[in-house]
Design a protein around this ligand. Structure first.
Ligand code: COA
Length: 464
């Protein structure tokens, strides 16, 4: 049985901080954010918003757009790393909110959980729900998988320039109009690591940024190796001599903690794939310098990062590699469109990969490319750490969905925060009733109880 993504919707909070304002306040060169990281604006949540609200607003949008009733939905999963309760799952809050619109008990039949594995858990949720459909258990119903996060780092930390917030919801079924997942090729890799984590009770993560970036690339490469084996053994793709698996992906979407991380990760993967092929000789000639090797090629990530001479040379080599014409063609045709949304919104943790997918669809369509039958590869990564590589094929009815996508219009009535306003929000100094915006047709947080008996209980309402 087939299964995949039928439709996709996003909800992005309407407040943002501009890279220019942020850099000025932190004494940074704005070009570091804009060009070095690919961050122009970062979406920020209001004081009456939390990750469950972002998820619920996205779900309502996709249900209304597709005229779905709660009876049409068999499962609702929320994937997040911004959980605010150690036990009560975020999908229960989302269902509570949706029932304010659709009626008490209307989602009673709808199973689901909250999934956690840093930024990769949404991909596991998609995989599990796809298999629920493939197993024939959906009985004609759809699944909703919502990835929702608030990427928030300590003030003054290096992570603070890679923040953002938002939710992406995907409607899954057995006759998807957008993307059908390739069966039996999804591949994972996993390793117990501390590159990025958020201990109980702490609102912001502990991050080893450069370590995490390198681990991300290594883990995705491992998952790609396993994907390659599955693709060949399942007969999905026939690899001719001199080809790489990436040649068989028309589009590649990478996890984007910031837009330029996609560039970094693609360059790393392509470089490792091409190195084994005859074309590498030609590329090396064009680059004009030798490919550097670390002092201890079998060393740890720490030893490689600590090898300053190698890191400098490798940086130079990568820069030259990414300027080669062959690499530029791969970058422009397979990845570039997926990076656009991230520059305007920032880091969405679990939702970053899927915002990238949404971005790629919209901007490739705008270029006039016929997307039907194109294979999309996904490189998903979650700190702690696990990677997942999988793929799918764009379906003949995709235009029905993609022709109406308009990210700029969706972000149109955003408000640029002053740095003082941003800091008030960041430090949680505003209560929900003192929100910056008065939103209409959206769920909002009214109150979080503080008394001993009901501590942590959240009250939400739908603003008509
Ligand atoms: N003008 C233009 N570019 C500049 C610049 C300037 N003035 N200053 C720096 N840059 C470039 C750097 O060369 C670098 O580019 P490169 O990656 O091509 O080398 C880029 O900007 C970032 O600079 P860097 O010095 O590496 O930044 P940093 O160490 O201060 O922090 C992160 C960057 C991403 C590590 C940090 O923001 C972070 O930890 N963020 C959280 C990321 C995360 O969540 N990671 C999890 C992985 S899933």
């Amino acid at each position: 049985m087939t299964a995949g993504i039928d439709d996709i919707a996003i909800y992005i909070p309407r407040l943002y901080i501009d890279a220019e304002d942020f850099a000025k306040a932190r004494g940074l060169d704005p070009v570091k954010l804009q060009k070095g990281l690919g961050v122009s604006q970062m979406a920020i949540v209001d004081s009456n918003q939390d990750p469950a609200i972002l998820a619920a607003n996205a779900c309502l949008k996709i249900m209304q757009k597709n005229k779905l009733s709660p009876d049409d939905i068999g499962r609702l999963y929320v994937s997040t790393e911004s959980a605010f309760d150690e036990s009560k799952a975020m999908n229960s809050y989302v269902i509570g909110m949706l029932e304010q619109v659709y009626g008490q008990g209307t989602f009673e039949h709808c199973g689901g959980i909250e999934t956690k594995f840093a930024c990769v858990s949404g991909s596991y949720a998609l995989y599990d729900n796809t298999n629920w459909i493939r197993a024939g258990e959906a009985e004609g119903k759809h699944a909703l998988v919502v990835v929702s996060d608030i990427a928030k780092y300590d003030m003054g930390s290096s992570g603070e320039m890679t923040q953002g917030a938002g939710a992406v919801v995907m409607l899954l079924n057995d006759e998807p109009r957008l993307l059908q997942f390739d069966p039996k090729v999804t591949a994972t890799s996993i390793k117990d690591e501390y590159d990025f984590y958020r201990p109980f009770g702490k609102e912001t993560p502990i991050v080893h940024g450069q370590y995490s970036n390198m681990l991300y690339m290594i883990q995705v490469r491992k998952a790609l190796e396993s994907y390659k084996k599955k693709v060949v053994s399942s007969g999905l793709v026939k690899m001719e001599p001199g080809e790489t698996i990436l040649d068989h992906m028309d589009y590649i979407n990478m996890h984007l903690p910031y837009s330029n991380m996609g560039k970094k990760a693609l360059a790393y993967l392509v470089r490792h794939e091409w190195r084994q092929l005859p074309r590498w000789k030609r590329i090396l000639t064009e680059i004009g310098i030798e490919e550097p090797i670390p002092k201890d090629p079998r060393g740890t990530i720490e030893s490689v990062l600590g090898d300053e001479e190698f890191m400098t040379k490798d940086h130079e080599f990568t820069k030259l590699f990414t300027k080669t014409q062959e690499y530029q063609e791969v970058f422009e045709s397979k990845l570039a469109s997926s990076l656009i949304a991230s520059t305007m919104i920032g880091n969405l943790y679990t939702a970053s990969l899927y915002l990238g997918f949404r971005s790629s669809l919209e901007y490739e369509y705008q270029k006039g490319v016929d997307l039907e039958g194109k294979r999309v590869g996904f490189g998903s990564y979650g700190s702690g750490s696990s990677a997942m590589v999988f793929s799918g094929v764009i379906q003949p009815e995709y235009k029905e969905i993609v022709k109406n996508m308009n990210l700029v219009a969706e972000l149109e009535d955003r408000r640029r925060l002053t740095l003082e306003e941003y800091e008030l929000l960041h430090e949680n100094r505003l209560t929900p009733d003192k929100s910056m915006l008065h939103s209409k047709k959206e769920f909002v947080l009214v109150d979080v109880k503080t008394d001993a008996e009901s501590r942590g209980e959240r009250r939400y309402s739908f603003n008509e």
